[in-house]
Each structure stands twice: as structure tokens, then as C-alpha cells.
Design a protein around this ligand. Structure first.
Ligand code: DGP
Length: 116
């Protein structure tokens, strides 16, 4: 079964795609948490950050370069932004297809909610 994000990458499901190349796709999050909230995903599904293999180093690096370029294009690079990768249950990962959240456009507050 293709993942939700594979179906977006292939065009089967609609999304607001802001970047696509042969390795990486980026699209706007359906539930944005900030003025800019973009998901950067590898076209080939890697389930979680824990599943990244040594051979994926170039691909993961490309994801960061795409995020960098999109942040500049969105006009949020100078003020700064946050890149988030949630991993499995304790990380709050909902979609089992590796993705970078690029969020910014306003001050984002503390990295984690104050729980302790
Ligand atoms: P995570 O919890 O890290 O797995 O984040 C998954 C994100 O994916 C969450 O912020 C909402 C987003 N999302 C879920 N379904 C869809 C969808 O169908 N389209 C888009 N554009 N985003 C989605």
C-alpha cells in the first residue's frame, strides 16, 4: 500500500505542491501551525527517521537543501524558522513517510511545550 505522501508525490491525491524534483517533493501542510508550514518528503518512502540508511545520506541532505531554498523563497529565512522531524509514537509522527516540517513566518516560541 502506498503511503499517503506517496500518493501526493504521484499526483493521485491533491496537494499544494511548492517543489518537486526526481528525489524530493514539498507541499503545504493541510493543517498549518504557522504562516508557513511546508512538508518536505523524499519521493521514495522511508518510514521514519530511525529507518534512514547510510545510503540515504544524499537524499536526506537534498531534503535540507530544498527546505533551505523554500524558506528563502517564502521570505522567512532572515528571521528564522524551524525544521521538525517527528519519529514514531513518542515523537508524535502521524504519517509513516519521513518528512521535514518547515515552519515559520512568526516567532515560534519554545521548542517543546512546557510539561515539567
Ligand atoms: P507528523 O505528525 O509529523 O506525521 O505530521 C504529519 C503532517 O501531515 C500533519 O502536520 C498534517 C499533515 N497531513 C496529513 N494528511 C495530509 C494530507 O492529506 N495533505 C497534506 N497536505 N498534509 C497532510
Amino acid at each position: 500500500m502506498p503511503t499517503l505522501f506517496e500518493r501526493i508525490v504521484s499526483g493521485e491525491l491533491p496537494a499544494k505542491i511548492v517543489h518537486q524534483d526526481e528525489h524530493v517533493t514539498a507541499f503545504r501542510d493541510i493543517h498549518p501551525r504557522a504562516p508557513t508550514h511546508i512538508l518536505v518528503v523524499p519521493n521514495r518512502p522511508i518510514p521514519t527517521a530511525d529507518d534512514v540508511a547510510d545510503d540515504d545520506a544524499l537524499l536526506v541532505g537534498r531534503m535540507f537543501l530544498v527546505a533551505r531554498d523554500l524558506a528563502r523563497r517564502e521570505g522567512i529565512a532572515a528571521d528564522g524558522y524551524r525544521l521538525i522531524v517527528n519519529c514514531r509514537a513518542h515523537g508524535g509522527q502521524e504519517v509513516p513517510h519521513l518528512h521535514l516540517h518547515l515552519v515559520g513566518g512568526e516567532p515560534l516560541g519554545p521548542m517543546l511545550s512546557q510539561r515539567r
